[in-house]
Design a protein around this ligand. Structure first.
Ligand code: NAI
Ligand code: MG
Length: 351
């Protein structure tokens, strides 16, 4: 069976790490006799500069037939970040109902966490971020522009179906892991939406008596993530809280360069999208030193989603092995390697 992958390298190091992920996919799919075909799309800030749009008007229609989307990173100086985000990433996430943003976090052997007590193997959790509603809403506006009494209003949107399905996904996932869910809230300060979130999450939790549940305020949770990251298994959070927590968690794991993410439509009606957590890193783009592990791990999540669990496990084993030696670790991890040497190592390990 042929599966079709839409590849959007995007901007900056997005191109470098997508190239890396493609090399690794090539090696592992040959080994496992998996038939993937790829089409590349040049949708990016460069395209915006030339054509006035991040992607063409029929972009969503063109992506719809694919089995998955592999994305590098979008964003570049000169194009406002809200243009690149709302012109590409967010429309794809929303049109394809990718309501789960799944971000695994692990401290690997050979990678030093900035936290003294974060031992390799002990830190292994997943942040499940609600990906299509919540605080990232288009509802609101600005009034009295330019006057001293100018103001802005933005509404957060929390729906019963939206909160129920993200909570259910988190509890089902916890059932396959450590059977422990932490729900991020702030129902003491945000008095309408987050008490509602708490209620709906508690309702879902009742259906999973074998899964332990804690509800933690986001500020205290952020502190605990730094002080004791080993205690977490699955953290479920709204769109904004999940965004912040997962970047913090990626830093706890040693570098944002290794953090992967999956934007999932669990109903499989639409293609899901896989991308590293990091951005286009203009400060290092073009130097060939970008850490490709975040993109490669994202490709492993894609393989798993496409039903190739053994191939995904092989990629993870290669990542673990490669991170142990300083010459196959990139500079952000204190190594002496570059993008190409990490790729050669991964490809050799998968040969
Ligand atoms: P960034 O993630 O691009 O970079 C932050 C810092 O981490 C930089 O010092 C960078 O060199 C380093 N870094 C990031 N990825 C790395 C890797 N793979 N290997 C080694 N070092 C790495 O975030 P920043 O600078 O805030 O954003 C740059 C652009 O990327 C902006 O236009 C932003 O909007 C966009 N962006 C896009 C995202 C996406 O496509 N999902 C996510 C985050 C930012
Ligand atoms: Mg973020």
């Amino acid at each position: 069976m042929t599966q079709r992958i839409a590849v959007i390298p995007g901007d900056g190091i997005g191109l470098e790490v997508t190239w890396a992920a493609r090399q690794v996919l090539e090696a592992v799919t040959i080994k496992h006799k998996i038939d993937l075909v790829y089409d590349e799309f040049d949708w990016s800030c460069q395209r915006y500069a030339a054509a006035g749009e991040m992607m063409p008007a029929d972009a969503i229609e063109r992506l719809r037939p694919y089995d998955a989307i592999l994305l590098g990173a979008v964003g570049w100086p000169g194009v406002p970040d809200h243009v690149s985000l709302w012109g590409l990433l967010i429309p794809i996430r929303r049109a394809f109902r990718q309501y789960v943003n799944l971000r695994p976090i692990r401290v690997f052997e050979g990678v030093r966490s900035p936290l003294r007590d974060a031992e390799p193997g002990a830190v292994d959790f997943v942040v499940i971020r609600e990906n299509v509603e919540g605080e990232y809403s288009e509802i609101g506006g600005r009034l009295n522009r330019g006057f001293p009494d100018e103001f802005a209003v933005q509404e957060a949107v929390f729906t019963r179906p939206g909160v129920t399905r993200i909570a259910r996904f988190a509890f089902e996932l916890a059932g396959t892991r450590g059977s422990y869910v932490t729900s991020a809230t702030k129902s003491n300060g945000i008095v309408h939406t987050l008490p509602f979130w708490d209620e709906v999450v508690a309702g879902v939790a009742a259906d999973f008596p074998e899964v332990r549940t804690d509800s933690e305020h986001i500020d205290a949770l952020a502190a605990k993530l730094v002080l004791d990251p080993g205690r977490f298994d699955v953290i479920v959070a709204s769109n904004l809280f999940g965004d912040i927590l997962s970047d913090l968690a990626a830093a706890v794991a040693g570098s944002i360069g290794i953090a992967p993410s999956a934007n999932l439509d669990p109903t499989r009606t639409y293609p899901s999208m896989f991308e590293p957590v990091h951005g286009s890193a203009p400060d290092i783009a073009g130097h060939g030193v970008a850490n490709p592990i975040g993109a490669v791990w994202s490709a492993a999540l894609m393989l798993e989603h496409l039903g190739h669990a053994a191939a995904a496990a092989d990629v993870m084993a290669a990542i673990e092995e490669s991170l142990m030696a300083p010459d196959t670790r990139t500079r952000d991890l204190g190594g002496t390697g570059d993008t190409a040497s990490v790729v050669s190592s991964l490809v050799a390990l998968l040969g």
